[in-house]
Design a protein around this ligand. Structure first.
Ligand SMILES: Cc1cc2nc3c(=O)[nH]c(=O)nc-3n(C[C@H](O)[C@H](O)[C@H](O)COP(=O)(O)OP(=O)(O)OC[C@H]3O[C@@H](n4cnc5c(N)ncnc54)[C@H](O)[C@@H]3O)c2cc1C
Length: 510
């Protein structure tokens, strides 16, 4: 399944394409890329009353890394699959959720109450270890006194960071990350890896280290030693409102964040041109000319402003003159690779022991380089019969992961998935009707040490003439909220209106 690799790579060839004189059109704003960032920019433009814009998407469908599939018994994700309930300060995101009728009201303190059917139902997570499933992601079974002490110590540090406020009253870690404090006391964590930070703080517990490594692989597609310590702590602290509190609950649907993609797409459907691959962007005196390939034709758009919501590393290939006079190093924006498998099961495996923890939404294998699988029927309460399991595998354990990923055949990748799952579910072969596989060559931006608080990311936030960048890459972290924030930010900036609220930046100690 998936992306048009050969087509996508056409931009590397640096070919020039002539647009026939009668194939030009004008638009006040052009948007390149129909992922969450581009769609959010379009959603915002429409809300601001702008009608004269066009969104150009390379693929046959919108959604980028948040696309989903549809079918029986339910839809299923191909990438992003959940959104934590936003803090009350994230007003634009709350507006989106309200528009989608996901909200029930507010607590006395003003925090959101999301309708129960959209919050991940129990059991949320389980972990498979040495032949048995256990509740939760952290493996408590068999832990020593020292493991317990280290986990408590780690949680104490997380609490300290949740409480921490910089000189402007900002939190160290909050979503969207644009709201985070830029005080050196917090940003200094970006200089070292999460593995190094754990070592410096005396953490040696195998299961705690596994838990932190799992977090990095899950949210960033990187191993512990490849991930910035700032990003590692961001995972644990940014969605916790008060110290000692739980992380915000998850909003999820069978099709994952595809639900948001469909809503955003429907709200601007008349502005979207699918199967339109932008091959060239030419800054002009009046604005920006955009050249696309579509269905064997070359089409052009004269735009006053452009929102560049496709991955940042593509800028030098696409924007004329960018490479000669680069305002920032686009190759600093490094992506990692994943493959994702959707398994269509005629039935679920039976529990192997009466005391085995039951099938959950997220099912993780402790002794595996994969991230396990998400069960698509979970949220619908369909606990018997056919289902779809979405299996996630980041290529972070391999040198040249992307090249290897594209050398593997469907059979190779299906074998990786099935042999991994067979350890927990020996009958998986008999139960599986179909195996679809998606290779994400450029899956997520990698928050390696030094990137998030480095120069290149900061510079890329600035417009390049009339071109405004808007991809989630700009955060150094691939999340729905980050893509949404940058989409809205770019839309506001092209119109010179206020930038979106940055969420919980000024929250006081509570
Ligand atoms: C396996 C996986 C799991 C994930 N899980 C989660 C999760 O559970 N929760 C979460 O919040 N986030 C998750 N993410 C991250 C999330 O998907 C992204 O942060 C978000 O969707 C990025 O949106 P975007 O618009 O910035 O970029 P993208 O999704 O990269 O979209 C860019 C779009 O631009 C298009 N494009 C590229 N080049 C061109 C061109 N030349 N011309 C026209 N169009 C072009 C692409 O086709 C694409 O549609 C996951 C990502 C992956 C890969």
């Amino acid at each position: 399944m998936g992306q048009s690799v050969a087509l996508g790579h056409v931009i590397r060839e640096g070919r020039s394409f002539e647009v026939p004189a009668d194939n030009w059109r004008s638009a006040k704003v052009g948007i390149i890329g129909g992922g969450v960032a581009g769609l959010s920019a379009a959603w915002k433009l429409k809300k601001l009353g702008v009608e004269d814009f066009v969104l150009l998407e390379l693929e046959k469908e919108t959604g980028g890394t948040s696309i989903s599939g549809s079918g029986q018994p339910v839809g299923y994700p191909w990438g992003a699959h959940y959104l934590p309930v936003p803090f009350r300060e994230n007003t634009e995101l709350i507006e989106l959720l309200a528009e989608m009728s996901l909200l029930e009201g507010r607590t006395i303190e003003g925090d959101l109450i999301v309708k129960e059917q959209y919050l991940c139902r129990d059991p949320e997570e389980r972990v498979f270890y040495k032949g048995r499933w256990y509740d939760g992601l952290y493996l408590h079974a068999g832990e020593s006194e020292d493991d317990k002490r280290q986990l408590a110590e780690f949680q104490k540090i997380v609490d300290t960071w949740v409480n921490w406020r910089g000189s402007q009253g900002r939190r160290a870690f909050v979503v969207p990350s644009a709201s985070c404090s830029d005080d050196g006391g917090a940003t200094g964590l970006d200089k070292l890896s999460f593995a190094e930070w754990l070592r410096q703080n005396g953490f040696t517990s195998e299961r705690l280290i596994w838990y932190c490594d799992y977090a990095c692989r899950d949210d960033y597609g990187l191993k512990l030693e490849q991930t910035s310590a700032w990003a590692g702590l961001f995972y644990f602290c940014s969605r916790v409102r008060k110290s000692g509190g739980e992380s915000q609950p998850f909003i999820t649907f069978p099709e994952g964040n595809g639900k948001f993609v469909h809503h955003l797409t429907n709200s601007v459907s008349d502005k979207i041109l699918r199967s339109h691959m932008v091959v060239s962007v030419v800054p002009t005196e009046k604005g920006v000319d955009v050249v696309c390939l579509t269905d064997g034709q070359v089409r052009g758009f004269h735009c006053e402003k452009l929102i560049y919501a496709s991955p940042i590393f593509t800028a030098p290939y696409v924007i004329r003159g960018f490479a000669d006079d680069a305002p920032f190093a686009a190759n600093a924006f490094q992506h990692n690779s994943w493959f994702v498998t959707n398994l269509f099961l005629k039935d679920r495996p039976k529990p192997r022991f009466s005391r085995d923890f039951p099938l959950a939404w997220d099912n993780v294998l402790y002794e595996s380089p994969s991230l396990g699988y998400v069960n698509a029927t979970h949220q619908k309460g369909i606990d018997y019969g056919p289902t779809v399991w979405t299996y996630y595998y980041p290529m972070c354990h391999e040198e040249n992961g992307r090249t290897k990923l594209f050398n593997y055949t469907w059979r190779d990748l299906a074998d990786v998935c099935m042999t991994d799952l067979a350890r927990a579910h020996p009958e998986i072969y008999e139960l599986t009707d179909r195996i679809d596989i998606m290779r994400w060559g450029h899956a997520m931006i990698s928050p390696r040490p030094g990137f998030i608080w480095g120069e290149q990311r900061r510079k890329a936030m600035e417009p390049y003439g009339n071109i405004h960048f808007a991809h989630t890459d700009l955060s150094g972290i691939a999340l729905f909220e980050e893509a949404f924030y940058h989409g809205l930010r770019a839309a506001s900036r092209v119109l010179n209106t206020e930038t979106p609220s940055r969420g919980a930046s000024e929250t006081k100690d509570e």
